[in-house]
Write a new protein. Structure first.
Length: 171
């Protein structure tokens, strides 16, 4: 697997990892590592994760985000970790997992009346304008999702870690 490491205080990352946290000491107590691997299937249909730098259209990439509480004394509450869906890929929403109980949300343009990106739980819907000028609500296409985040419903104990994963298809 290829890995990147950030602390919550850094905002410069190859994949633009987003960490939104609550609490006064979290920036120095939480560190996250984002790694990825290509999902390959062998002749017997078994999946394995391969470390490769190049991908081809139609292949699947699995990202794993491991967030660790570096504090030896304090649990972290209201932790939210997020990750991008890079351009040229599509999220497979059903592939998202978390080792802690968490609410999964996706980010996309959901309403033409509201400028910019918005967050929504799944299943997500968007409002579009038809050629006739009517507004219609429809399921959000996976290709429109630009980021995802997990809102942990449990505390991250001192020295503990949470693992989240998600898969993308390369367009």
């Amino acid at each position: 697997m290829t890995s990147f490491v950030w602390t919550a205080t850094r905002h410069c990352a190859p994949a633009a990892l987003v960490l939104a946290l609550a609490g006064p000491a979290l920036a120095q107590d939480l560190v996250s590592e984002l790694s990825f691997a290509i999902v390959e299937t062998d002749s017997e249909g078994e999946e394995r994760l391969a470390a490769r730098e190049a991908v081809r259209p139609g292949e699947t990439i699995e990202y794993a985000l491991v967030s660790r509480n570096l504090s030896e004394e304090d649990a972290l509450e209201d932790v939210v970790v997020g990750a991008p869906v890079p351009e040229g890929t599509r999220l497979i929403p059903a592939s998202a997992t978390s080792s802690l109980s968490a609410l999964l949300e996706v980010q996309a343009e959901l309403d033409p009346q509201v400028p910019g990106l918005e967050w929504s739980g799944l299943p997500a819907f968007r409002t579009i304008r038809t050629d006739e000028g009517d507004t219609v609500t429809e399921p959000l296409p996976d290709a429109e999702i630009v980021a995802l985040r997990w809102r942990f419903e449990e505390t991250l104990p001192p020295g503990g870690e949470a693992r989240t994963t998600y898969r993308l298809i390369v367009d």
